[in-house]
Design a protein around this ligand. Structure first.
Ligand SMILES: [Zn+2]
Length: 295
């Protein structure tokens, strides 16, 4: 600060004579104090807040303050005290006492370990999803192929329902898992599975051609919708209910029989049995799903 300025400032705020010795004394003291304060301003934060690397002992997050773009990466989630020290974990909010200072080497070690752990967990999730998908696809293929054999549905309907629903089943289980599916390859494999069923029943049809020639709206197919509810929304009774409706329709078409009442009771009985059978199947799958998640 300029000498004149200082004099002016002082004199304007004081009635004292600027040549008074107390003025000079105070000026010297003030200057010394000022200098001291300046020093403190400069040094305090530097001394107290040194950038570091921390490990949150609660959630395992590594906080590397020395990294480029560190603040940006946490999008304003970094809380600091007046000295600039981080006060909370930006991930789980744990307080400062859980933030353990670590070395760069230790950080690298932890990162490798965490990466391995994550990969292991992802693999496990992937395997569980694949097992669940297999489980449902086998059940679906089994169910639909029996219908073909019993002449309840055409070969074409079998292929189309299976192809459409199998994709939905894969989607269901891979919602949160990256299965990295090559859909062209997948389609080829599923069509092959259909072809095996077709060949084993000695039908002279080609799954690929049947699939290509299908133009109808699958969402209108009642069997498809019943199976969709059964496999995708875990409705245990939708398929049995569909079958019962179909039988009743058949029965109504030729209900000249004298044994109407008896026949209807028989249908009802069959329905209950089928309901239970499909419920058990669904529950067995559910149980396997749970066990896979636990183990
Ligand atoms: Zn944390």
């Amino acid at each position: 600060m300029e000498e004149n300025e200082k004099v002016n400032t002082y004199s304007s705020n004081s009635s004292e004579n600027i040549y008074d010795s107390t003025y000079w004394t105070r000026k010297v003291i003030e200057k010394a104090l000022e200098e001291h304060n300046e020093k403190e301003k400069e040094e305090l934060p530097k001394e107290e807040h040194e950038k570091g690397i921390f490990l949150c002992e609660k959630c395992g997050l590594v906080i590397d303050e020395t990294a480029k773009g560190f603040e940006k990466a946490f999008k304003g989630k970094i809380k600091r005290d007046e000295l600039g020290n981080i006060t909370n974990c930006p991930n789980c909010g744990a307080s400062k006492k859980f933030l353990k200072k670590i070395t760069k080497e230790k950080m690298e070690e932890i990162k490798i370990r965490q990466k391995r752990k994550k990969e292991k967990a992802q693999n496990r999730e992937r395997n569980i999803a694949i097992e669940n998908i297999k489980d449902d696809l086998i059940d679906l293929l089994d169910d639909l192929s029996k219908r073909v054999l019993n002449d309840e549905i055409s070969v074409k309907r079998f292929v189309v329902i299976f192809m459409n629903l199998s994709k939905k089943i894969v989607d269901r289980y891979s919602k949160n898992v990256d299965l990295d599916i090559d859909w062209l390859d997948y389609r080829k494999n599923m069509l092959e599975a259909c072809q095996i069923v077709i060949d084993s029943y000695s039908f002279k049809e080609e799954a690929t051609k049947l699939m290509e020639s299908y133009n109808d709206d699958i969402e209108q197919d009642k069997l498809y919708l019943a199976e969709l509810e059964y496999y995708i929304n875990d409705d245990k009774y939708s398929v049995a209910a569909y079958e019962y409706e179909e039988r009743i329709k058949e029965y109504d078409n030729k209900s000249q029989s004298l044994f109407d009442k008896e026949r209807k009771m028989q249908l009802e009985k069959e329905y209950q049995k089928r309901k239970e059978e499909l419920q058990n199947k669904a529950e067995a799958r559910e149980k396997r799903r749970l066990e896979r998640n636990i183990s």
